[in-house]
Design a binder for this molecule. Structure first.
Ligand code: DGT
Ligand code: CA
Ligand code: ZN
Length: 580
């Protein structure tokens, strides 16, 4: 995506949220118009900065008034309507809508009746049980909101930003900083580079010999809302999307030591520093050096520093001091899955599903162009309202796929489905009809608030179904928006192994599901099988595979356990072992 397109996508996201509040509804005409426009710009190949209002309007999903707002932004750098909404609804108030169970109407009630205008205020009101007296609320909804807030754990003073919001900003900043003539190389470090689900801030390093102009350029970037500090080699800003970004300029000869230091984690750094001390050396953000003489041993690259310390290179996703330093010392790091290992994508939608945005033909030809060896088309099952496929539609699509197979001889196309797991663990269609599919993913799309025992039974019952090859986005979480269902992971892992069912690692940045902390619990289970899938609804979303892979790596998932890295024959043998 072009930089302007990324900026516009973020502004439209803001407009969506603000308009929800302004109109007191998450579904109003205007809200949906902005949402459609956002999806359209996201997958637009051309640069919106270069497009006229007429050209913008011609894009499917962009209406007249949004087209004018986009043009207003690319011409003037601001949108008057957005500025007005921002001043009317402060960001702390907007943030309240992220709490599950709190919609725009509730936010306005909270503000007008209880004077609550922030998450902290909401916490206070919950503690004193003042929510239950609001119109339309009660003890139950109060309890629900209270629990959701607790489990989300991303609010208050330790407010953290979901990676789906932070990563585009991080990439945008890197691109902007690397465009300065003085800068040779820029990287984001910290929790973002380690690929945590949420980040507190974005730590950026730039290699340059003249820091002054880089500092000037940085604080002058168009998406800078506030300047917190402007120093000689370090500055901090707040972006329009409300994220803190720190930029440090580092001399090129220290770049490795600095990226190592600022990537962290703190605990990983401490373990490395101890290894250095044991050897009579010091390790800091400038260099690895001999303590006595100050002679530099390594500083320019991270690789050189790990090597000097007698360690295998530790990928950033593993740097949490949970055994990776010992493993690197023993030459025993896992053989982590990489994007290049992936041969197939096993969760793909097209416009046959109500929420798909590229045609079947486009999804298949893009899979072929990208060099995939196999792909499973998995439209929603009939139980999913609006987006699901009736039996007739399934059979029609099967015929359409048969036609497309003739045109794509190097690509193996599986006709699959994404089934919905009912509260009791049953799925769509019937056994005979299900046997007609070649691959099925089954996912939880409803009833997120059952207790742990019932959720566990539900998922295990779906695994026992011979038609189900993988469980899609296991917990159903949306990072920062909806907590995942609670599961007895030990029981889930056991059932997956016993039934020959894979656990999907969903690549959507707001899902990253199975979450990496749960993947870590499966480190010692060699027979557990995973698949890393995109759940693409548009051709551009095949690219998301790298986020699923990064999440898998953070969970120490080795390539051998990822079924879609296997050659086709082996993969199909494994699928058929269950489908019979
Ligand atoms: P965050 O920002 O909470 O999402 O997590 P981090 O890991 O990005 O933490 P942050 O931004 O406070 O610091 C970035 C990195 O800088 C951190 O991972 C390690 C390094 N660092 C910061 N403060 C210290 C410190 O006091 N000692 C050591 N050894 N390293 C530090
Ligand atoms: Ca950080
Ligand atoms: Zn899906």
């Amino acid at each position: 995506m072009s930089r302007t397109n990324e900026e516009v996508v973020q502004l439209l996201r803001e407009l969506v949220e603000l308009t929800k509040l302004d109109e007191g509804s998450p579904q109003s005409f205007r809200v949906r118009a902005y949402e459609r426009a956002r999806a359209a710009v996201r997958s637009l190949p051309s640069d919106v900065g270069e497009m006229t209002v007429a050209e913008l309007k011609a894009v499917d999903g962009i209406g007249e008034s949004t087209a004018r707002k986009i043009r207003e932004y690319t011409d003037s750098g601001t949108i008057a309507k957005l500025d007005q909404l921002r001043s009317q609804y402060p960001s702390e108030l907007v943030e309240l809508m992220k709490v599950p169970g709190v919609g725009p109407k509730t936010v306005m009630l909270l503000r007008d009746r209880l004077g609550v205008t922030s998450i902290e205020g909401l916490q206070g009101a919950l503690e004193t049980h003042r929510l239950r007296d609001l119109p339309g609320m009660g003890e139950r909804s109060e309890e629900k909101i209270s629990r959701a807030l607790e489990r989300l754990g991303t609010y208050g003073k330790e407010r953290r930003t979901p990676i789906a919001d932070a990563l585009p900003v991080g990439r945008q900043i890197i691109a902007a900083v690397e465009a300065f003539p003085e800068v040779r190389l820029a990287v984001y470090c910290g929790s973002l580079r380690r690929f945590r689900d949420t980040v507190a801030d974005i730590d950026v390093l730039a290699a340059a010999t003249q820091p002054g102009p880089v500092m000037d350029g940085f604080v002058g970037l168009p998406f800078v809302r506030d300047i917190l500090a402007r120093g000689d080699t370090k500055s901090s800003i707040i972006t329009a999307s409300d994220l803190q970004v720190d930029l440090r300029v580092i001399p090129p000869e220290s770049f490795g030591a600095a990226t190592l230091y600022f990537t962290g984690s703190k605990a990983h750094n401490i373990a490395l520093r101890q290894r250095a001390i044991d050897r009579g050396w010091i390790l800091n953000e400038y260099e690895l050096a001999e303590s006595n003489t100050g002679t530099v041993i390594a500083s320019r690259t991270e690789e050189a520093i790990y090597e000097a310390l007698g360690l295998e290179f530790v990928p950033p996703e593993l740097r949490e001091d949970i055994g990776e330093v010992q493993a690197a010392a023993a030459g025993d790091l896992p053989d982590l899955v990489e994007v290049a290992d992936v041969r197939g994508d096993l969760h793909v939608h097209s416009t046959w599903s109500g929420d798909g945005r590229s045609s079947l033909e486009e999804m298949i030809s893009t899979a072929a162009q990208r060099g995939l060896e196999y792909v499973a088309i998995t439209e929603h099952g009939e139980d999913l309202a609006i987006n699901g496929l009736s039996r007739n539609r399934v059979l029609e699509e099967r015929a359409a796929i048969d036609q497309l197979r003739r045109r794509h001889e190097t690509l193996t196309i599986l006709h699959g489905a994404e089934l919905n797991i009912d509260p009791d663990g049953t799925v769509d269609y019937d056994a005979a009809f299900l046997a007609g599919f070649q691959w099925c993913v089954a996912s939880v799309h409803s009833h997120f608030d059952l207790d742990r025992v019932r959720q566990t039974e539900r998922v295990i019952a779906a695994m026992a179904n011979p038609a189900v090859n993988a469980i899609g986005h296991l917990t159903g979480r949306r990072i920062g928006m909806r907590p995942g269902i609670e599961l007895d992971m030990e029981a889930v892992f056991d059932a997956a192994v016993a039934t020959g069912t894979a656990l999907e690692i969903n690549s959507h940045l707001d899902r990253l599901d199975v979450p990496s902390d749960l993947l870590l619990l499966a480190r010692g289970i060699p027979d557990l099988v995973f698949v890393v899938s995109t759940d693409a609804h548009h051709t551009t979303e095949y690219d998301n595979i790298r986020w699923g892979v990064a999440n898998a790596r953070r969970g120490w998932v080795d390539a051998a356990r990822v079924a879609n890295t296997w050659p086709l024959t082996r993969f199909l043998e494994w699928v058929d072992a269950k489908r019979g």
